[in-house]
Design a protein around this ligand. Sequence first.
Ligand code: KIV
Ligand code: ZN
Length: 534
Amino acid sequence: MTPPQDPNRVAIFDTTLRDGEQSPGISLNTSEKLEIAQQLARLGVEVIEAGFPITSPGDFEAVQAIARAVHGPVITALARTHVADIDAAFEAVRDAERPRIHTFISTSDIHIVHQLQTTREDVKGQARAAVAHARGYVEDVEFSPMDATRAELEFTAEVCQIAIDEGATTINIPDTVGYAMPHEFAAYLERLRELIGDLADVVLSVHCHDDLGLAVANSFAGVRAGARQVECAVNGIGERAGNASLEEIVMLLRTRGADLAGLNTSIETRELARTSRLVSRLTGYVVQPNKAIVGRNAFAHESGIHQDGVLKEPTTYEIMDARSVGLEANSIVLGKHSGRHALRQALEQLGYSIDGSALSTAFKRFKEIADRKKQVTAMDLEALVTDELREEIAAYTLEWFDVEASSRRPPHATVGVRTPAGDEVIGAFTGDGPIDAVFRAVNAATGLEGRLREFRVDAVTGGQDALGETSVVLELDGVSASGQGVSTDIIEAAGRAYVRALSNAVRRAAALKQDGTQGEASEEPAERAPVSAP
Ligand code: KIV
Ligand code: ZN
């Protein structure tokens, strides 16, 4: 890939599905990853890092599904410098319109000595061989010297030069442990540009972690120092404290980029809020209310003085318009008299085009909700459609439940669960609370011993009749998995979330068994046989 034609265009490289998915407790299945990738394409990101295919057959399958179905962005996959990693990455992305292989190796002595247990010479050899091997497959190859900001700059420059000589088209400088400060990071990049003249002929990229809360500031400093690709993740999710937040860097460039010689991105910013909600809903990672750009309060004014000023003139206290990040999407309102056509139109406006039986099911759910809720907003619809999409891939489904609850005796629940084989199994339990009773009744019905680890309830919108969104993390035979559910009835939402988490755990346990590994995806996966091309 040659650098973008507009020298002020900053390419947004989204790593929500790779680095983001490495956040503790997140485990997305293929259909959830595909849904996020489709939304990222709608958002207009230049590059989607879809996963790390060598780490598991599930990751491989998801990257391949995204490469085949998502049009527009470059689709890339991560690979260590090992031949097997690069082969797996290529097999996974080869069907993409614009495939890229992203390979990396550490250049810091801390990593070389303690983690890789090798030498600088070997690192140079591995980088050379990996980029050459990847270039044998695709024209677009990215190379990252991991932990670069704690490495000797001259050595990192030597390794990057080797990568460019072998045909790397993007050089990405990671602040892997979030240690750098903006002025240091800028100076590092400026010096690299002085040492490596050829850096001018490839795309210079930055990848910053948020351990000291500086990921966005460092990314911005990187852009000012000449980087024209920023690696970031929706809602800032990622290893440990996360990656630079996509929405923050995008709105920073939009709001202040003009002051810096017109720096800009290709992002359709009105899709930011929706993308954030989707990622939060599917990962179970809540967005804090005061989070910049996409937090519930990001555009809310509480103090009388501020409200007074904004009423007189919005720019008194607003530097951005809520509509520019898509927060007004909540204004689409349907009621109980709205028909199928109105629902389809509203969903289309939200970017979901569904028809046939999927529309009928969504309509049935919509009517149930509209009966209990006066107004169904865009956010309700999003929650509902995402909930329905999940249903298709669930192995077990909650068919019905009865709960007897009273302050005078322990609650008792009976549930009916549809198994993957299509049978209905029934279970009952008397628990500590109505939700606990439902969860344990599901265990009794399925014969699976799920152990609840986390449970959360959020309201999708405000108001007494708000839709409740629940998120469950459970453990089944040492495998943890999450599930989400949506309903106006909290017990029903919780039951759905629990059954989905159980299904995900069963699926995950089966995949791990097939894989023969028990490890989570990590940046340094255990050595293993190459993933064979399916
Ligand atoms: O943080 C990091 O160094 C990474 C690399 C693989 C780019 O995620
Ligand atoms: Zn990272």
